[in-house]
Design a protein around this ligand. Structure first.
Ligand code: MN
Length: 250
C-alpha cells in the first residue's frame, strides 16, 4: 500500500463583498508526494483532530507559508516585516509536530515548516534576515528574478546528517524564498546544512522518528532538478517503514 502523507495547507482571506478564509496549497506539494510514491491528503487546522489524523497518516509534510507569531519563541517584539500570522495554523502545526514525534510519524518540514519544527521543539527564529543577520546573499530570489525551479545559493551539507543520507551529496544547489530563518536550533534538533553566509538551511532530529527540515522548496525544483525529489522519496520510505502500511505487510 502507498503511504498516506498529510500536508498542511496555508490559509488566505479572500477579497470582495464576501470575504472568507480559504485553505490554499500549491499543487507542487502534492505532485512531489505523488511522484515519490505517496498518497497526498490536505489537513485543515483542527487541533482537536490531531490524534485521529495521526491514526490515518503515515507521514507529514509541513508546507511553506507566512510567519509564526514571535512570542511562540520568546520574542516580545514583532519585526515590521513579519506578516500573515495565523494562530490557528501555528497551534495546529505545533501540536502536530509534538504528537507526530511522540508517535513515530515521519515529518518533512519545508521553509516555514522547517521553522515550525524548530519552534515546536524549543528553538528560536531570526525574524528578518536582511535586518538581523548581515548577509550578501539574497534569500528571496524573486528579488533577483531567478525562476522558482532554479537554484540561487549553495548549501553545505553536514557530514553524518540525515540530509547527507537523503541527498548523498556534500553540497547542494537550492532555491530560496524566505526572509526568516532558524536562530537557535532546538535542543533535540541538529544542524544539517548551512548557506555560505551561515544561515541555517536544514535541520534533522536524531532518534526513532524521521524528522527533516529544509529551508528551501524542493517541491518547486524536483521536475527540473530530479535530486530534489529525494526528500519526498525518503519521507515516503520512512512513512512506509513506520506506518500502518508496513504493519499489514505491503
Ligand atoms: Mn536560503
Amino acid at each position: 500500500m502507498k503511504p498516506i502523507i498529510g500536508i498542511t495547507p496555508s490559509i488566505v482571506t479572500t477579497d470582495g463583498d464576501r470575504p472568507e478564509r480559504r485553505y490554499t496549497l500549491a499543487t507542487t506539494y502534492s505532485d512531489a508526494v505523488d511522484a515519490a510514491g505517496g498518497v497526498p491528503i490536505i489537513l485543515p487546522y483542527h487541533e482537536g483532530s490531531v490524534e485521529r489524523i495521526l491514526d490515518i497518516v503515515d507521514g507529514l509534510v509541513l508546507s511553506g507559508g507566512a510567519d509564526l507569531r514571535p512570542d511562540r519563541y520568546g520574542d516580545t517584539t514583532v519585526h515590521p516585516t513579519v506578516y500573515g500570522i495565523d494562530d490557528l495554523r501555528d497551534s495546529f502545526e505545533v501540536a502536530l509536530v509534538e504528537r507526530a514525534i511522540a508517535r513515530g510519524v515521519p515529518i518533512l518540514g519545508i521553509c516555514r515548516g522547517c521553522q515550525v519544527l524548530n519552534v515546536a521543539l524549543g528553538g528560536t527564529l531570526i525574524q528578518d534576515i536582511p535586518d538581523q543577520h548581515g548577509t550578501t546573499i539574497e534569500h528571496r530570489q524573486s528579488e533577483r528574478t531567478i525562476p522558482p525551479a532554479e537554484p540561487s545559493h549553495s548549501v553545505s551539507v553536514e557530514s553524518g546528517s540525515l540530509l547527507e543520507t537523503v541527498y548523498g551529496a556534500t553540497s547542494l544547489a537550492t532555491n530560496s524564498f524566505h526572509h526568516q530563518a532558524i536562530r537557535d536550533i532546538a535542543p533535540s534538533l541538529r544542524l544539517a546544512g548551512r548557506a555560505p553566509d551561515g544561515i541555517v538551511e536544514a535541520v534533522w532530529r536524531p532518534g526513532p522518528t524521521w524528522v527533516l527540515g529544509l529551508q528551501w522548496h524542493p517541491e518547486l525544483m524536483f521536475r527540473a532538478h530530479p535530486e530534489h525529489l529525494r526528500p519526498f522519496q525518503a519521507l515516503v520510505a520512512a512513512a512506509r517503514a513506520a506506518g500502518r502500511s508496513a504493519a499489514v505487510g505491503s
